[in-house]
Design a binder for this molecule. Structure first.
Ligand SMILES: [Zn+2]
Length: 149
């Protein structure tokens, strides 16, 4: 239910696990063992969590992001695009010549800097989609926002 929220928090550079459905006790143990903040829409689970938690109110992912950023006081312009949105792994700069066959020719011609996820090998670059992400985040979070990779 919080998949999009998890993805956007990763895009902001935060280390976010998105565990498969599991018993409450397991999730609580995991959060505690790894010193993680529990994000949940489940009131019962939030109630049972004695550690740091956010009971997410909205069903709308953008509302959710706004709430979590506000409640946890997250810094939103420090780690933008430093982590794979899918694997949660920090991405690493990769020489342009190494990704020639992995991106569309137009992208290869028009960009100089690329990064890659060491887990899934997804390639990241500063395309127009990144500009759209910046604008969306600025709109949602209501900040003059200039995060950059
Ligand atoms: Zn990845």
């Amino acid at each position: 239910m919080l998949g999009k929220l998890a993805k956007w928090l990763r895009i902001l550079g935060y280390d976010v696990l998105y565990p498969a459905p599991a018993r409450d006790a397991h999730l609580l143990r995991l959060a505690q063992a790894e010193g993680r903040v529990l994000l949940t829409r489940d009131k019962g689970l939030a109630y049972r969590c004695s550690g740091w938690k956010v009971l997410v109110k909205s069903e709308d992912p953008w509302e959710q992001l706004r709430q979590v950023v506000e409640e946890l006081g997250l810094e939103v312009d420090k780690g933008f695009l430093s982590r794979c949105a899918v694997c949660n792994e920090p991405i690493e700069p990769v020489p342009k010549e190494n990704i020639r066959d992995l991106v569309p020719p137009y992208v290869f011609r028009t960009h100089e800097h690329f990064a890659r996820c060491p887990i899934c090998s997804r390639v990241y670059w500063e395309g127009s989609h990144v500009e759209r992400m910046r604008r969306k985040l600025a709109e949602v979070l209501g900040v003059p926002w200039r995060g950059g990779p």
